[in-house]
Design a protein. Structure first.
Length: 277
């Protein structure tokens, strides 16, 4: 891999495993810069024969990826370049998830803390995800901002769990603990925090050590489902709500009340529910 100019990603490589630590302080908000760097990395490593497994984690254990940057409300054209490079029929957030989902390497998420919105969609787009039982949490809290998920959650979740459970995640808009997320099928396993690193590292090394061709054959035999029609429906629902005054009021109110700060993100759902009253 020749592209190594990353300011928001810390990379390490050993035994066929690339570990990517996301480092976009203070809470790893999914902004244009972070989306661009992760996308560049995925494209750069795609054909690298020396990299068989990608492990995503956070440089800040408390926050994996907070969610899409809420200041988008003031910069509606910030994602235009990413949108121009998205495949036909996908918005830039859906294209981001699909880039991860179509990666030839095995993609693992090591979730030590919180992932919401676009961050939770990233978790669901990965091949496998493992979370710390005591501290990890997942949420699709977009409904509390007057919108529905627009980066793949409606499709990824209904591929991983029942429709009723997916509706509970999206309309209930609560933070799910790791044990419940495991039970619902959102993640592979919830593990004691003290065991998470060793478990994921061992699994990644074991997969990377498999004989040549095994990973590709397994992925070919179990292809990711075609979600194109669902992405159209998801985007139309999200875009229609995003244009309404309620979304702007709630998103601006959330930012003013402390969203995208460590304190505000610890109970983002409570912060947003208070605004909606």
């Amino acid at each position: 891999m020749t592209d190594t100019d990353f300011s928001k990603l810390r990379l390490s490589h050993a035994h066929g495993v690339m570990t990517i630590a996301i480092d976009n302080p203070p809470v790893n908000v999914l902004d244009v810069a972070l989306m661009s760097e992760i996308s560049r990395l995925l494209l750069a490593v795609r054909d690298d024969p020396d990299t068989r497994v990608l492990v995503f984690q956070s440089a800040n254990p408390a926050f994996f990826i907070a969610h899409v940057d809420m200041t988008l409300i003031d910069e509606p054209h910030a994602f235009d370049e990413l949108a121009s490079n998205a495949p036909e029929g996908l918005n830039p957030f859906q294209a981001f998830g699909e880039l991860l989902r179509s990666q030839p390497q095995v993609t693992l998420v090591k979730l030590a803390g919180l992932a919401r919105g676009g961050g939770a969609e990233f978790v669901a787009a990965a091949d496998m995800a493992f979370a710390a039982r005591e501290a990890a949490g997942l949420a699709q809290c977009e409904a509390l901002m007057g919108i529905t998920p627009g980066g793949g959650a409606t499709q990824y979740l209904t591929s991983r769990m029942t429709r009723g459970r997916a509706l509970e995640v999206i309309l209930g808009a609560e933070l799910f603990d790791a044990a419940t997320a495991e039970r619902y099928g959102w993640i592979n396993r919830a593990l004691p925090a003290a065991e998470l690193d060793d478990f994921v590292d061992r699994l990644a090394r074991n997969i990377a050590a498999l004989p040549e061709g095994v990973i590709a054959a397994a992925k070919q035999a179990m292809p990711a489902p075609d979600l194109q029609a669902g992405f159209y429906r998801e985007h139309d629902a999200w875009a229609g709500l995003f244009a309404r005054p309620a979304a702007e009021r709630l998103i601006r109110g959330g930012l003013k009340a402390g969203a995208q700060t460590p304190e505000g993100e610890r109970n983002l759902e409570g912060l947003l529910r208070h605004l909606a009253r």
